[in-house]
Design a binder for this molecule. Structure first.
Ligand code: SF4
Length: 345
């Protein structure tokens, strides 16, 4: 093969998930330009990005409508000047007080029977409403000794039966690191279930490789993958194909969403989301009220409106497609169901 044809072949190769991750858009100018959004939004985007960096992979951008500043996917990732405004009362840096539950570096132990393992501080996408936008990931970046210490924490507590891989996004770890972590967890006799909380298959579906699916399906642990989707448009055909592989491998798929103003705060949008999730083999699990983190108050929906939306979708969907409306309250032993004041429960 001539040198030119080798280069041409290389150019036509699809990008690996790692290449897509490293080529994610990280500047407001670039994001606005690629979507044909007028430059008058640039100042706000730049000031918001100073508070919390921008990061969006192209596979996710490709599902947005060009020229539409109100696109529900764009709203989730575009920094705005509102993020820098004085927050309303109750909005704080660490709304879930995770610093208190940070038992040892890398471990958040909030709930009975399960622990969260912070596998890294990197996400493939920076969601503007993220409750961990101020989390001190640098204090939870583990060296080998700290990994051993985190696993020892789990090993000496036989009442823990489930490990939740979190982050950041645990699937941003390369396979070698991820698989050796899974093997170490499999070797703890009292752990029976592994949960993986990830948004990566949604924003870069190529992360679902055959090697990953094979390793997960061969695990001695029951594996649950909890993805994070807020709007039906996030579930393009590429995502459906990737999650189809996960489903066929016998891995349970659940979704959690956050109720977000101007993204999914209507019954029609929530219904479309549930229907589309189901066609992608994912069951709706939680619909969260926004965690009151500084910089995200413009996404807030009050409890009354949230309850009325859920009451509306209950009349239009089978029960298994209606997610549980919950909020996370710092110090509580579980997520707290958001119920109507007249509810008997
Ligand atoms: S992917 Fe999850 S952890 Fe990462 S920024 Fe988005 S919501 Fe936060």
């Amino acid at each position: 093969m001539s040198k030119i044809s080798i280069i041409a072949t290389e150019l036509s190769q699809p990008l690996s998930w790692q290449q897509q991750l490293s080529q994610a858009i990280t500047s407001p100018e670039e994001l606005l330009k690629v979507l044909n959004i007028p430059p008058n939004y640039l100042n706000g985007a730049q000031s918001g990005a100073k508070e919390f960096a921008i990061r969006v992979p192209m596979a996710f951008i490709n599902r947005m409508e060009k020229g539409n500043i109100n696109d529900p996917l764009l709203r989730q990732v575009l920094p705005l000047a509102e993020e820098t405004q004085l927050p309303p009362d109750g909005f704080v840096l660490d709304p879930l007080e995770e610093n208190i539950s940070n038992a040892t570096p890398g471990i958040i132990h909030k709930y009975k029977g399960r622990v969260l393992l912070i596998t890294n501080g990197t996400c493939a996408v920076n969601c503007r409403y993220c409750f961990r936008r101020h989390f001190p990931y640098e204090d939870n970046r583990l060296n080998t000794d700290e990994w051993t210490q985190a696993l020892d924490y789990i090993r000496v507590r036989p009442d823990i039966n489930e490990v939740i891989l979190s982050g950041g996004d645990p699937l941003t770890n390369n396979d070698q690191r991820l698989f050796s972590l899974i093997s170490a967890i499999e070797n703890i006799p009292h752990i029976t279930r592994l949960r993986i909380h990830t948004r990566l298959p949604i924003v870069i579906p190529d992360r679902i490789t055959h090697a990953l699916v094979k390793r997960l399906s061969g695990s001695s642990l029951a594996i649950v993958m909890v993805v994070h989707v807020n709007h039906a448009n996030e579930l393009g055909e590429d995502v459906a194909d990737a999650l189809g592989l996960v489903h066929k491998a016998g891995i349970h798929l659940l979704n959690q969403s956050v109720l977000l103003k101007d993204v999914n705060d209507s019954a029609d949008e929530l219904i479309s989301l549930s229907e589309r999730l189901f066609t992608c083999h994912i069951l709706p699990y939680y619909l969260h009220l926004l965690d009151p983190v500084i910089g995200a108050h413009h996404f807030d929906i009050n409890k009354e409106k949230a309850l009325s939306l859920v009451a509306d979708i209950l009349t239009q969907l089978p029960g298994f497609l209606v997610p549980k409306l919950v909020q996370e309250i710092a110090g509580e032993a579980s997520k707290t169901p958001v119920l109507h004041p007249n509810s008997p429960y």
